[in-house]
Design a protein around this ligand. Structure first.
Ligand code: NAP
Length: 245
């Protein structure tokens, strides 16, 4: 039986490319998009390109209500998820709250909401960035995120602190991805029947990365894809190799 993957923010960029490749390889692909029309259009486009099975799913990762509605629809359709790719992200907004809501709380809420629909051994891939490396943070937050005693609730509270104005030594995007890396480790420990990793696409020529980026969207998607079939859990990878947190 074909496996099912849900990719958030898959209507363009790296998410769309990954959707295309997995559909071409026989996966059933749920194309997550916050704008339903854009998700349906991307799914139709990729069905034409690949002859594969893709379907749009309206899913705004920054909205509890949108995630709940999407999960209910999947449940109603008796859909089981073998792989989730938390790809949706924003960069460069001036509003730190929106960045954290999308890039950190988004993967957290989508993952927790989907756990009941996941098959045993399913993978969760959190798309991270080199800008989230601990070396970019101030010493206190470097220590905090590496602390073996850190809990998920404490991490969430610290991220809320950043949104309220506490400094971490880097910008909202860097904080969102550094916290996402720590969350990946914590969720992997919390949910041992899943394989939960973070993968970095590198700097990629998408709307986000810009035309001057060194990597093609295919190279970026290949690096992210490692997480979809990973056998380990709790790691951070680029091009299939572990990178520092
Ligand atoms: P992109 O071309 O800007 O695409 C971003 C995607 O995320 C779009 O489909 C966008 O949907 C979606 N999105 C944004 N907010 C959302 C929300 N609240 N709910 C659902 N979808 C939402 O970016 P990309 O370069 O493909 O980036 C994909 C991932 O890779 C991101 O997590 C990014 O941080 C990470 N990354 C990228 C680079 C790079 O150089 N490009 C480097 C490191 C990491 P709309 O079309 O509706 O806006």
């Amino acid at each position: 039986m074909a496996k099912t993957v849900l990719i958030t923010g898959a209507n363009r960029g790296i998410g769309q490319q990954l959707a295309k490749e997995l559909a071409g390889d026989g996966w059933d692909v749920l194309v997550g998009a916050r704008d339903r029309a854009k998700g349906d259009a991307a799914a139709a486009r990729l069905r034409k390109d690949t002859g594969g099975r893709l379907k749009g799913v309206e899913l705004d990762v920054a909205s509890d209500a949108s995630v709940a509605t999407a999960v209910q629809k999947l449940r109603d359709g008796a859909i089981r998820i073998d792989a989730l790719v938390n790809n949706a992200g924003i960069y460069g907004r001036t509003d730190p709250a929106a960045t954290l809501e999308t890039n950190f709380f988004g993967p957290l809420r989508v993952t927790l909401a989907l756990v009941p629909l996941m098959t045993d051994g399913a993978t969760v891939t959190n798309v991270t960035s080199g800008l989230g490396e601990l070396s970019n943070l101030d010493a206190a937050h470097r220590r905090l995120l590496q602390d073996p005693a850190l809990t998920r609730d404490a991490l969430v509270e610290h991220v809320r602190g950043f949104v309220r104005g506490e400094a971490w030594g880097t910008n909202a995007y860097g904080v969102s991805k550094a916290a996402l890396n720590a969350l990946t480790r914590l969720l992997a420990a919390e949910l041992p029947n899943l394989r939960i990793n973070a993968t970095c696409p590198g700097w990629v020529r998408t709307d986000m990365g810009g035309r001057g980026a060194p990597r093609s969207v295919e190279e970026g998607a290949a690096s992210v894809r490692f997480g979809v079939t990973a056998t380990e859990s709790g790691g951070i990878f680029r091009d299939g190799k572990r990178i520092p947190p």
